[in-house]
Structures are given as structure tokens and as C-alpha cells.
Design a protein around this ligand. Structure first.
Ligand code: ATP
Ligand code: MG
Length: 496
């Protein structure tokens, strides 16, 4: 009998495919194809079947290829394959192979940051809610945990941290999907494409992924049925994007993060993430800045932490500056950050940019909310009510209330008492700067759009007759990043 590797190679060359072509169609890596062809590994039977499918073999050739795999001596190399499994062992998913490059179930979670700090109550809440969702219970669908909050608060970090803690409860796999809800200069990932990626991650070969949202969605649900799979959907644009990605049966857990409150996900356990407590922000600053960089008992440290307003992204940026600029003193940094007009521009480094984060949230707003946001700039340092908002944009109170609700849902506003609103710290600074003409915006000018939102007329009709955005898209790679390659994690990978 012809050896498996030789036979595989023969079939591939007969249809004129390169190893990369076969890799692309089978969902395996080129490296795996290469080692199988040269006989350096014994394939699993499921891999052989899968390759036969990808090659489009007729039943006889297919049988021959699978038989050649079965005839090889010894047991399959655990390093095989991108496709794995034969339905045996902890990693098997119901009804088919799971997409893992290690063998076993797929784990696509990014690394959790080793500097994770604070959030004890939030982690407890998430783990508790996740563990309540036992597959044998009365629960009708899979559990959903939705984390929302403004950019840079640590939603993705918390979701990944919790997912790692929960990994062992979900032996059939852990998927991570960046939905690019706030990707700068790009559309959020279409649900259909998100499903294709998830199906690949679940081990479905590209050729077996059907066209169309409904067909993909039902295959996805079928693959997940009766499994314990954890799915992290990071940076969702809204409920509509998430809904087709929800498993249909109990047993799985979905953790969604979004800058928006996902008010349409009625079944979800929601966690509105707040800022870091001052003690935790201080601890994080110490960790990031490194040993010996924060003088004990210095009053400047408290002021620096306060200037970061409990936003982990801000703490990370100033901490990294202290770590890398050994001559910089905490007091110098505080001095630079005191000026409200230039403060925002200080929160950026080669990989991160707080202004870009806020900019991307602003651009996700509908036009009417953008207009109100700009107009609220001058009152951003105070609290205000719907009457003030209505007066600023010349609408009735009900309309103003609806727009304020929408800003609340986008986490760009807080309602600290019934009917009383104010901006979160950095959002207020951003709103104030947005209200200025371009020439009045100090610092970080390159991060600002070319067009002012100060005069309300600047948000008027565009050439096509539709309303043009106040702020055209900026060429950033992701919400936190200012340059460099976008990562599967969006901003997250750059921030650890
Ligand atoms: N609890 C934490 N401990 C340590 N670092 C944290 C923590 N939370 C967040 N960070 C850091 O703060 C930065 C921003 O966090 P993250 O990307 O998770 O924010 P986000 O809320 O997901 O933002 P976005 O809405 O832009 O996606 C990252 O550098 C992250 O590592
Ligand atoms: Mg995030």
C-alpha cells in the first residue's frame, strides 16, 4: 500500500495545489501538511478524512487515503494537527473536530496580563454568574456575561482574565473573537464573517462553511450543541452583531465586551465596569513603573493617580513613561498633567493613545448625539440636566432626554443623580476640546480631526445630501494603537 504522505502528496499535485493551497482549504497549517507528506508524523484518522474532503476526493480515493492513515504503525502524534480530534478525549466537541493546533480542544484566548490588578469584586461576580449556569439546570440557553464601559477601562482585560480562570470548566474549547466594534477606519466585523471565523476555530474546514448568515449560524449552533465551550466576543458594536453568535443550547458561556450597554441582550448578566479604586490604581502604577520608581509617601503619587482618574489605560501610559524614562520624576509628570488643556495629549505613547480611544467612541455616535456632545463641551466640567441640553441644541426636553439616554448607553455620560448628568473625567476633557475650533486645541494636534465641531453648522449636510460626520475617520490601526500592525486583540495586545 502507498504510504499516507506519498498518497497525500500525489492527490495534491494531481489537482495542481501547493501545500499552502491545501492548508487554506483544509484549515490546517502549511507546516502540518508538510510534516504529514514527509511522513514525519502519523495523522489522526479525522485529519485524513478532513484532508480527503478538502481535496474533493471521490469515495474510492478517499477510502484509500484514510486506509493509508489507519495502516501506519503507532499512535497518532499528539502534535498533529490543526484539525484534531477523533471524538475521543476531553477536547472532543460533539459532531466533529475542534480547531486546535495542539490536539485537544481549541484555546484561542490571548494571554492574560501578568500585571492584572484589583477588580476582585468584578471577578467574583463574573465567576459566580458563570458557574450558576450548569448545563443540567433549568436554564434555557447558554449563559451570557456582558461587560460594558468606556474605552480603556479594562473590559477586555477583565474578560480575558475571567476566561482564563474559567477555562477548566469549559473543556470543549475557548474561543476569542475580536468583533472590531470600534476599529478606527474599519467597519465592525460582519456577523457572517464572525461566524466563518468561529466555525474555522471550531475545526470546520473552509470548504465546509456554507454561505449566508442563517446557514452559518445554524452550523455554528450545531457544532456547539451539547458542548461546554467558552466564547469571548470582544469589542462588540451592539446587540445585533452579537445575537447570531450566541449558542442555542445550555452548557456554553459567552463573555461579551462592548463600549455600549447591550440593552437588547435581555438574558445576559450585565456588568457595568467602573473605574479602578484609587488603591488599585496606585498598586498598578507601582507595578508598571517598576521597582524604585515611585517614591514612598510622596504626595505627588496621590495626585498622579488622581489625574489618571481610575482609568487603567491612563495609569498604564504614565507608569510606562516612568519605567522607561529613568530621569523623569513623578512630580515632573504631575506638573505636565495639571493643565487641563494639554492633559489628554499627554496620555499617549508609541503604542497607545487615549485621544484616539475617545475619538473612536465619539465617531460611533449617531449624528444627533455627536452634535449634542459637541455642544455640551462648554458645560463639561459641571453637572447638568436635560433642560440645559435642550437649550444648547434647540430641541424640546423629551428629545434632549432621548439623546442623553443614548450618550449614557454609549458610556460617554453618567447620571449621578436622577436627571443630573456629567461626563466621566477624560470624556469631559475631550468634549471641551471638541467644542473648540481646531486652532484652539492644544497639544496632540495630529491626533485631532481636521474639522471642528465647535459650530453646530459644521455637522451639516454632506455632498450626498446626507448628514456628514463631524469627524471623519482617522487612520488608526485600532482604538488604543497609533501605529503598527493591528493585532487580533485590537488594542489589547499592545497594552500589556
Ligand atoms: N485590572 C487591570 N490590571 C492591570 N492592567 C489593566 C487592568 N485593566 C486594564 N488594564 C490595562 O489597561 C489598558 C486598557 O485595558 P483594555 O484594553 O482591557 O480596555 P477596554 O475597556 O477593553 O478598552 P476598549 O474599549 O478600547 O477596548 C490595557 O493596557 C490593559 O492591560
Ligand atoms: Mg477592549
Amino acid at each position: 500500500m502507498t504510504d499516507f504522505g506519498g498518497l497525500l502528496r500525489e492527490h495534491r499535485l494531481r489537482i495542481g495545489w501547493t501545500q499552502a493551497d491545501l492548508a487554506e482549504r483544509s484549515g490546517m497549517s502549511t507546516h502540518s501538511i508538510s510534516v504529514l507528506e514527509t511522513g514525519r508524523r502519523r495523522p489522526r484518522l479525522s485529519s485524513a478524512t478532513w484532508l480527503a474532503d478538502a481535496l474533493g476526493l471521490d469515495p474510492k480515493s478517499r477510502e484509500g487515503l484514510v486506509a493509508a492513515a489507519a495502516a501506519l504503525p503507532g499512535s497518532p502524534d499528539p502534535a498533529d494537527t490543526d484539525t484534531d480530534t477523533d471524538g475521543a478525549g476531553a477536547g472532543a466537541t460533539a459532531g466533529g473536530p475542534a480547531g486546535s493546533s495542539r490536539g485537544g480542544s481549541p484555546c484561542h484566548l490571548p494571554a492574560a496580563t501578568s500585571l492584572f490588578t484589583g477588580r476582585a469584586a468584578e471577578v467574583d461576580e463574573l465567576l459566580g454568574a458563570a458557574r450558576e449556569s450548569s448545563p443540567g439546570g433549568d436554564f434555557g440557553g447558554s449563559a451570557i456575561l456582558a461587560i460594558d464601559g468606556m474605552g480603556g477601562l479594562g473590559k477586555s482585560t477583565l474578560a480575558v482574565h475571567a476566561a482564563h480562570r474559567l477555562r477548566r470548566d469549559f473543556p470543549d474549547g475557548q474561543l476569542f473573537l475580536d468583533l472590531h466594534g470600534r476599529a478606527v477606519g474599519a467597519e465592525p466585523l460582519a456577523a457572517e464573517d464572525a461566524l466563518a471565523r468561529s466555525l474555522r476555530a471550531l475545526g470546520v474546514p473552509p470548504a465546509a462553511i456554507p454561505d449566508g448568515l442563517d446557514a452559518r449560524s445554524s452550523l455554528y449552533r450545531d457544532r456547539l450543541a451539547d458542548t461546554r465551550t467558552l466564547i469571548v466576543l470582544d469589542d462588540a458594536a451592539g446587540t445585533a452583531q452579537v445575537r447570531p453568535l450566541l449558542p442555542g443550547t445550555p452548557g456554553c458561556l459567552v463573555i461579551v465586551t462592548s463600549r455600549r450597554r447591550l440593552t437588547g441582550l435581555d438574558d445576559a448578566h450585565t456588568l457595568a465596569l467602573g473605574t479602578l479604586a484609587p488603591a488599585d490604581a496606585t498598586a498598578l502604577l507601582h507595578k508598571v513603573a517598576g521597582p524604585g520608581r515611585i517614591p514612598a509617601g510622596s504626595p505627588a503619587v496621590g495626585e498622579l493617580v488622581a489625574l489618571c482618574a481610575g482609568l487603567p489605560l491612563a495609569v498604564r501610559i504614565v507608569g510606562a513613561r516612568l519605567r522607561h524614562r529613568r530621569a523623569l520624576r513623578v512630580a515632573d509628570l504631575v506638573e505636565r498633567l495639571r493643565d487641563e488643556h494639554t492633559r489628554l495629549a499627554q496620555f499617549g505613547d508609541e503604542g497607545r493613545d487615549l485621544t484616539a480611544v475617545l475619538d473612536s467612541s465619539y465617531r460611533a455616535l449617531p449624528r444627533a448625539e455627536q452634535r449634542l456632545f459637541c455642544r455640551l463641551g462648554p458645560v463639561a466640567g459641571t453637572d447638568f440636566d436635560a433642560g440645559t441640553a435642550a437649550g444648547l441644541i434647540g430641541v424640546d426636553r423629551r428629545t434632549a432626554e432621548r439623546l442623553l439616554d443614548s450618550l449614557l448607553d454609549h458610556n460617554l455620560l453618567t447620571e449621578h443623580a436622577p436627571g443630573r448628568y456629567r461626563f466621566p473625567a477624560f470624556v469631559g476633557l475631550y468634549a471641551r476640546l471638541r467644542a473648540l475650533p481646531v486652532s484652539g486645541r492644544a497639544g496632540g494636534a495630529s491626533a485631532w480631526p481636521v474639522q471642528s465641531c465647535g459650530p453646530v453648522q459644521s455637522c451639516g449636510a454632506g455632498p450626498s445630501g446626507g448628514r456628514r460626520p463631524c469627524n471623519p475617520a482617522q487612520p488608526h490601526d485600532g482604538p488604543h494603537r497609533v501605529k503598527g500592525r493591528a493585532t487580533p486583540l485590537g488594542g489589547l495586545a499592545a497594552l500589556h
